[in-house]
Design a protein around this ligand. Structure first.
Ligand SMILES: [Zn+2]
Length: 306
């Protein structure tokens, strides 16, 4: 039973050291630890880190081609094992993507029971059934939706506010009548798809329209609920300083307001919510600390609705 008022019960955020085990180092394979370390050094009230159970090859075969799952597990063939775009494969890639996928599944189960949860997972929404894409290896959003449906949820909302589109997720879930995808992007990569109605793909080109577009479409979605769970791909790469995906004029303050609106909407509509980190990239205009602070906005807003 969903419940938003369990005073004293922590918001569980899933993370394990395995998330950062790939030898190929870039933000997606490293930042979960940066955020986790920051939560240890500067805790957010009521937030508790928990280690997830890694998913198995068998569970992944629910949404991915078995040959592709084997390629990620073994590194062979190399081109398929690196189809997400990593420069090199090592066994840590398998450990990481199974743990990150497990974190999403546990966050979904926890959200259904407790109202909200999350996982410090990223690199999910471009992954296809039979290959990786756009630095995403396994599609934890599709896997999380499948876990929700198996748990008896009849309507799942996948809310994707990463800068880029969620066409990989669509390529897996497009025939699942339980799933509604709302994808609001600021960059056209992987936005060329049409989800079944009432789902939408919306491309925002002006920062002034960002917040009101999100508010308007979430309010449209409300008429199609109630949803048994919302899987929230809480990308921070719309940030104007993000090295990938950023849109000029989208500031940390706008992203703070976005997170507050999304989690308030979930609370008001009694929609259990499971969030993941998704995109967000360091570069000349975004330091590691700034990126961590952006991702903390999601966790803070989630903690505040409880
Ligand atoms: Zn992105």
């Amino acid at each position: 039973m969903r419940n938003y008022s369990r005073g004293g019960e922590a918001l569980k955020v899933f993370y394990s050291g395995a998330y950062v085990r790939p030898s190929y180092a870039f933000d997606t394979t490293r930042k979960a630890k940066w955020v986790a370390d920051s939560l240890v050094a500067h805790p957010i009230d009521g937030v508790e880190l928990q280690e997830p159970r890694a998913v198995t090859a068998e569970e992944l075969a629910d949404i991915h081609d078995r040959g592709y799952v084997e390629a990620i597990r073994t590194g062979v063939p190399d081109d398929l094992a690196r189809s997400q775009g990593f420069m090199k494969w090592n066994p840590g890639v398998w450990d990481a993507v199974c743990a990150m996928s497990g974190g999403v599944v546990e966050a979904v189960h926890t959200a259904i029971k407790e109202g909200a949860s999350g996982s410090l997972s990223s690199g999910l929404h471009h992954a296809r059934r039979d290959s990786g894409a756009g630095f995403c290896t396994f599609n934890g959003l599709a896997l999380g939706a499948k876990a929700a449906i198996k748990a008896g949820v009849r309507k799942v909302l996948i809310l994707d506010l990463d800068a880029h589109g969620g066409r990989g997720t669509h390529s897996i879930v497009n025939l699942w009548r339980e799933v509604t995808q709302l994808d609001i992007s600021v960059c056209d990569f992987d936005t060329a798809y049409k989800p079944a109605l009432p789902g939408r793909v919306v491309l925002v080109r002006k920062s002034q329209e960002y917040q009101r577009t999100i508010e308007a479409y979430l309010n449209v979605m409300e008429r199609n609920g109630p949803f048994g769970v919302c899987l929230y791909n809480a990308g921070m790469d719309p940030f104007e300083g993000s090295a990938e995906g950023g849109l000029e004029g989208i500031t940390a303050a706008i992203l703070r307001a976005r997170e507050q609106f999304v989690f308030s909407w979930c609370r008001r509509t009694k929609t259990p919510v499971a969030f993941v980190l998704a995109g967000g990239y360091t570069g000349p205009s975004c330091t590691k600390d700034e990126l961590v602070d952006l991702h903390r906005l999601t966790i803070e807003a989630a903690a505040n609705i409880r």
